[in-house]
Design a protein around this ligand. Structure first.
Ligand SMILES: *Cc1c(COP(=O)(O)O)cnc(C)c1O
Length: 298
């Protein structure tokens, strides 16, 4: 039996005065409910790789990430679920206290290998691939053309009347998958949570097959709140407001910034009247455990 629960996913209607003023419908698909620790989008991103690995006869998957990487944990869980062995190459020396993510990854039997920052930087050089030649390698964050193929399964929950799909971007692989599988009347909007990563547009384009002609899509780079995993008091206040008004839990790394961007764009009139806007809640809530107790209302 699978450890994830797709049957818990649902589309939640969001109600805020700005949405009714602008005459737009806004809802969010709660992929976070797939698992308390495994980010929804990561699961879909991995499926193309795991299929490819199986076809090529690999029994062991290796990937890369930091000690707080949602991708590391999702890979551990996905492999566990598919009776594959997993190796996680973790950036930096072994910590004396393992993060939540690393503890959970161990429970899914992932072998953790800590790489110095120098070795991590050179991870794509041959030394690791020679030593771990029995492994199928997936790049950091699941970035790569195979990462976009499984995203189409998310469309199972996307109502067909949706004409804007909004998602947070880290590597942009999930956004690329949404662009790749969108229906003709659907525009895709990305909210970039990394600072100074304007090259994300080229990186996303590099994931498409050359024959592919995308619908209109766009990435907004001004909603990072200081950078990856950075937060401000106003962001925390915003997260509490979303919970108090709509019972929507968000994390401070991805989903709160995505929702802030979506609301700001709505206020600026980006979505035409009668638009049906769907946000993707890709999970990440476990990241909030690093915040002081009592800061959040949820
Ligand atoms: C990893 C992650 C993302 C970003 O996905 P990419 O495909 O790398 O752009 C978004 N939201 C959450 C919660 C994540 O963990």
């Amino acid at each position: 039996m699978s450890i994830i629960s797709p049957e818990k996913v649902f589309v939640q209607q969001l109600n805020l005065p700005v949405f009714s003023e602008r005459k737009i419908q806004v809802s969010i698909v709660r992929l976070d409910l797939i698992h308390p620790f495994i980010s929804g989008n990561k699961w879909f991103k991995l499926s193309g790789y795991i299929k490819d690995a199986a076809e090529k006869g690999y029994q062991k998957i290796a990937t890369f990430g930091g000690a707080y990487s949602n991708h590391i944990l999702a890979t551990a869980a996905y492999c566990y679920d598919n009776s594959l062995k997993a190796v996680g190459f973790i950036r930096g020396e072994e910590p004396s206290d393992y993060s939540n993510i690393l503890q959970e990854a161990l429970k899914f039997n992932m072998q953790l290998v800590f790489l110095s920052r120098e070795d991590y930087k050179n991870r794509n050089l041959s030394f690791l691939k020679e030593e771990y030649s029995d492994c199928y390698f997936i790049d950091e964050g699941g970035f790569g053309p195979l990462g976009i193929t499984g995203i189409k399964d998310i469309f199972e929950w996307i109502p067909t009347e949706t004409n804007f799909i909004v998602a947070a971007c880290g590597t942009g692989t999930t956004l690329a998958g949404l662009i790749y599988s969108a229906l003709l009347h659907q525009q895709i909007v990305g909210i970039n949570v990394l600072k100074g990563y304007e090259a994300i547009v080229e990186d996303i384009n590099s994931l498409f097959p050359s024959y592919f002609k995308p619908n209109k899509w766009e990435v907004f780079n001004d909603y990072h709140f200081g950078g990856y995993a950075k937060k401000t008091d106003s962001l925390i206040h915003f997260m509490n407001q979303l919970w108090d008004t709509n019972r929507l839990p968000t994390d401070f790394v991805y989903e709160s910034k995505m929702m802030f961007g979506l609301i700001d764009l709505a206020e600026k009139g980006y979505f035409p009247q009668n638009s049906s806007v769907l946000a993707i809640h890709s999970g990440g809530l476990q990241g909030n455990y690093s915040l002081p107790k009592g800061l959040l209302h949820f």
